[in-house]
Design a protein around this ligand. Structure first.
Ligand code: NAD
Length: 423
């Protein structure tokens, strides 16, 4: 087993000891049901053809169809996708939605593609994995550098291949193509609901709390917007090209930062190539330094493995809202606990995205169209219920929220596997 994956399953192994699970059951829980690795060919605008590594890992479908995003990123690999698929299975069980875990990806820098090449890549991903996808088999969604437009192309390609309109095969689509109201901001909104609960538990004053957000994409930008609107002071923001900080503590307005980023960097196909660093009023910092700013709330919302043994001692915050999957290396959990830093783990913090994806899938299958109010009301209920459930388990077992989440999820997955006769 490789490092990233091993790190993630070590959390489950710890919980397995606590719950006295036998070895055979643990092995089933940490083994993906299917690992698909293929080459995709993309036809470039100059007529040449390039090959890229593409993946889909289907981890566990005991609780329902496989579900998980597709990532287009130059550093992604099979180990990362396998880890994220495992986390999806745990996450769906934490928020109790009837879906299993999966993840997909392509090792590519999509920002270097033209819009036509990006469409070709997206459609070919579906062609390559078509036999394994379907509304009752495996339902993908967006992840890093994949957008509603990409989901629309993928849904269209699948529909063409099977010969019928099949919106429920993929979620995170545009509204015109059957996407759900609220899906675009669901991850951040779900994170905000649990953040508000945690802030109350820690007795933090939102008007005085200082926040730093790493990552300025769908999850990062929208959570920055929500915390800004709620009166928190944003003192750090970043994206793939670096970060900015405002130590005068007047608080940065993410909307203004986005405006500058877009004005400076022209929109290239689906992506903006500008950066938050284009805002000249603020101090430039690195993506490591943003994590080390003195804050009350730190929100990693970009990539995994950001808080590790290398920097954990430099983290100066009270609460980490782990929106990016796997942002905290599990091996530093104990150190964070000793430093009295509360962590809202990824498998709860970012579960709003998959929850509303599940609502989208449900609406498509039942030909319904919910209002944004209905979507967010249901999302809030799910997030609050899950947070409070984890809080109780945390207190009962005298543990942290991540361990509590694994206890809850593993119990639910085992129950489903037992009733299907898999263990
Ligand atoms: P996105 O593509 O919209 O944005 C990614 C952001 O990360 C961009 O701002 C980019 O500049 C930044 N980034 C890329 N490489 C970076 C690096 N090396 N250092 C710092 N920043 C970097 O992606 P997203 O959907 O916002 O996803 C962000 C995280 O949230 C991922 O871990 C993803 O798995 C997780 N997540 C997202 C959703 C969702 O619905 N969007 C749901 C669950 C989890």
């Amino acid at each position: 087993m490789t490092n990233l994956f091993q790190n993630s399953v070590s959390q489950l192994e710890k919980v397995a000891e606590l719950l006295k699970l036998d070895k055979k059951t643990v092995k089933k829980l940490i083994t993906p049901q299917r690992v698909l690795s293929k080459k995709i060919t993309v036809t470039m605008d100059d007529g040449s053809r390039k090959k890229y590594d593409a993946y889909r890992v289907q981890f566990n479908n005991a609780r329902g169809p496989f579900k998980g995003g597709i990532r287009f990123h130059p550093q992604t690999d099979l180990d990362e996708i396998k880890t994220l698929a495992f986390l999806m299975a745990i996450k769906c069980a934490v928020v109790d939605i009837p879906m299993g875990g999966a993840k997909g990806g392509v090792t590519i820098n999509p920002k270097k593609l033209s819009i036509k090449e990006l469409e070709n890549l997206s459609r070919n991903w579906v062609k390559v994995f078509k036999d394994y996808l379907g509304p009752t088999k495996d339902v993908p969604a967006p992840d890093v550098y994949t957008t509603p437009q990409i989901m629309d192309w993928m849904m269209d390609e699948y529909s063409k291949l099977v010969g019928r309109h099949e919106p429920a095969v993929i979620t995170g689509k545009s509204l015109k193509q059957g996407g759900s109201q609220g899906r675009d901001t669901a991850t951040a909104q779900g994170a905000m609901y649990v953040l508000e609960e945690a802030v109350k538990k820690l007795k933090l004053d939102p008007k005085k709390a200082k926040v730093a957000v790493q990552g300025f994409g769908n999850a990062g930008y929208n959570i920055a917007e929500l915390v800004y609107k709620a009166g928190y002071k944003i003192i750090g923001l970043s994206d793939s090209q670096g970060g900015i900080s405002d130590l005068r503590n007047s608080g940065m307005d993410p909307k203004k930062v986005l405006k500058t980023k877009k004005a400076e960097g022209q929109i290239h196909s689906c992506y903006c190539i500008g950066t938050v660093c284009d805002c000249v009023n603020y101090k430039k910092i690195t993506n490591q330094e943003i994590l080390e700013l003195p804050t009350d709330i730190l929100i990693p919302a970009a990539l995994e493995n950001q808080i590790t043994e290398k920097n954990v001692h430099k983290i100066k915050t009270k609460l980490i809202l782990e929106i990016a999957n796997g942002a905290i290396d599990p091996s530093v959990s104990e150190i964070l606990k000793r430093k009295n830093i509360m962590v809202i783990p990824d498998i709860l913090a970012n579960a709003g995205g998959v929850t509303v994806s599940c609502f989208e899938w449900y609406q498509n299958r039942h030909k319904e169209n919910w209002s944004k109010q209905k979507v967010f009301k249901k999302l809030k209920e799910k997030m609050m219920k899950s947070f409070n459930h984890l809080w109780l388990i945390k207190d009962n077992y005298k543990t942290d929220l991540r361990t509590a989440a694994y206890i809850l999820a593993v119990g639910r997955i085992i129950e489903a596997m037992k009733s299907k006769g898999r263990i």
